[in-house]
Write a protein that binds this ligand. Structure first.
Ligand code: C2E
Ligand code: MG
Ligand code: MG
Ligand code: MG
Length: 299
């Protein structure tokens, strides 16, 4: 009957997305499975954060980290965020999960600072639901108070899609967050329906160049031009700029020559479990990017 369903779906035409297909059924089943397990994951302590270093391109020092969520499911194994964040968003489960992420990241960062491992920023990704919550600013304020992390070391990563529904409302929320003294960045910059006009209206600090542009810097002249332009744009607006997904020495060299402030990517380090990240910090408080062989040894 799968073939019949497929045939009928085809006859109905490509735009008939509501029509049943076996593929949709698999996907729906996967979502139901993920949702059921996701409901129990927080209580069972199945989430962990990995931390990916952010490196100053002028000094080679690690100046920050991005906290990235991982789900260690006893049967499904390590589930990457791409497979469950969407479900968590649709079911509302992202609210408690996101709150756990922010608190854990802040606590961990404060512990590393107290242990003398450096005064580093920690960046946390925010979902659309979290951004829409009327409690957002109060929640962040409470995390800062409870953990004792000074606000300037917390960065919130936002995507352009969060701003689309109500710009005026978004401006209010961003000012509320900024008033706490934290940093705000635009993640995946250049991939959304970007309106450049918001850049001057929003109190943001950092642009994160999406890795799709960085990826082809040395092969694709227009991607290289886009990256150089974003760096100039950021600096003209007095914003800092970081490149995501840096995987090669060639990409690093291009970014450095064009004055990019920071980089994050597998070339320096993958996202690491907390203990490995701490070991990396201990091993090198200052890193000479001129010696990439060293990076591979510690990665
Ligand atoms: P993102 O915020 O843009 O995070 C960067 C992603 O790029 C991460 O994938 C990271 O592992 C990957 N990455 C870093 N360097 C490189 C590189 O050199 N090459 C390549 N190919 N990839 C690189 P990850 O951890 O799978 O996360 C995917 C997305 O899931 C994130 O994209 C973010 O949108 C979302 N996410 C992760 N953690 C959270 C969270 O705690 N809350 C929310 N709401 N979303 C999260
Ligand atoms: Mg991010
Ligand atoms: Mg990104
Ligand atoms: Mg391209």
């Amino acid at each position: 009957h799968a073939d019949i369903a497929m045939y009928r779906a085809k006859k109905l035409g490509r735009n008939n997305f509501q029509f049943y297909t076996p593929a949709m059924n698999d996907e729906a089943q996967e979502r139901v499975r993920i949702e059921g397990a996701l409901r129990k994951a927080l209580d069972r302590g199945e989430f962990v954060l990995h931390y990916q270093p952010q490196v100053d391109l002028a000094t080679g020092e690690i100046v920050g980290m991005e906290a990235l969520l991982r789900w260690k499911h006893p049967e499904l194994g390590m589930v990457p965020p791409g497979r469950f964040i969407g479900v968590a968003e649709d079911t509302g489960l992202i609210a408690p999960i996101g709150a756990w992420v922010m608190r854990t990241a802040a606590q961990q960062n404060k512990a590393w600072q107290d242990a003398g491992l450096g005064q580093l920023r920690v960046a946390v990704n925010l979902s659309a639901r979290q951004f829409a919550s009327p409690d957002l600013v109060a929640d962040i304020e409470r995390v800062l108070a409870d953990t004792g992390l000074p606000p300037e070391y917390l960065e919130i990563e936002l995507t352009e899609s969060l701003f689309m529904s109500d710009i005026a409302q978004a401006v209010d929320v961003l000012h509320g967050m900024k008033a706490l003294g934290i940093k705000l960045s635009i993640d995946d910059f250049g991939t959304g329906y970007s309106s450049l006009s918001y850049l001057s209206r929003f109190p943001i600090d950092v642009l994160k160049i999406d890795r799709s542009f960085v990826n082809d810097i040395d092969r694709d002249a227009s991607d290289a031009a886009i990256v150089a332009s974003i760096i100039t744009l950021a600096h003209n607006l007095k914003l800092s700029v970081i490149a995501e997904g840096v995987e090669s020495a060639g990409q690093l060299d291009y970014l450095r020559r064009h004055g990019c402030d920071e980089m994050q990517g597998f070339y320096f380090s993958k996202p690491l479990p907390a203990d490995e990240f701490a070991a990396l910090l201990r091993a090198r408080t200052a890193l000479a990017l001129a010696a990439p062989e060293l990076d591979e040894e510690t990665a």
